[in-house]
Design a protein around this ligand. Structure first.
Ligand SMILES: [Zn+2]
Length: 122
C-alpha cells in the first residue's frame, strides 16, 4: 500500500490540528507571552514533532506486529518457529522510535529472523 500525496496532505492537516492543541497546552489559550523567545518556542515545536512521530510510528509498528501469526516459517529451512518480540529503537526521520518488534529464532539454523522484514508485503 502506498499513500498518495493527497492522503499524506490530509495526514499533515490532521497533525496541524494537533499542533493547535499542543500549542495551547504549552503556552495557554492566550499563546506565548512577549517574553518567550523564538528559540524557546522552537523547543516546544521540536518536542511536539518528535512526540507525534514517535506516537504514530509506535502505534503503526505495534499494530503491524499484532497481525502476524504466532508461528512463522524460517526463510532458510522452512521450519515453523515461535514468534517472540524484542525491543528495538531506530532513528526515523525527525525522531527516535522505540517499539516491540516481532522476532523468530530457528533452532535448526541457529539464526534469528524478523518476520516484519521478510514476510509482510506492501
Ligand atoms: Zn531454519
Amino acid at each position: 500500500m502506498q499513500l498518495s500525496d493527497q492522503d499524506l496532505g490530509k495526514i499533515k492537516d490532521l497533525a496541524r490540528q494537533w499542533g493547535k492543541i499542543i500549542s495551547e497546552e504549552a503556552f495557554g489559550p492566550e499563546g506565548p507571552g512577549l517574553d518567550v523567545s523564538f528559540t524557546n518556542m522552537e523547543d516546544v515545536w521540536v518536542a511536539a514533532g518528535e512526540g507525534l512521530i514517535e506516537g504514530v510510528a509506535r502505534e503503526a509498528l505495534g499494530k503491524q506486529a499484532e497481525n502476524l501469526q504466532t508461528e512463522q516459517a524460517c526463510p532458510q529451512c522452512g521450519a515453523s518457529c515461535k514468534l517472540n518480540s524484542q525491543q528495538r529503537t531506530m532513528q526515523a526521520q525527525g525522531a527516535k522510535v522505540s517499539w516491540s518488534e516481532a522476532k523468530c529464532y530457528c533452532q535448526k539454523c541457529r539464526r534469528s529472523f524478523f518476520p516484519s522484514a521478510c514476510c509482510l508485503g506492501d
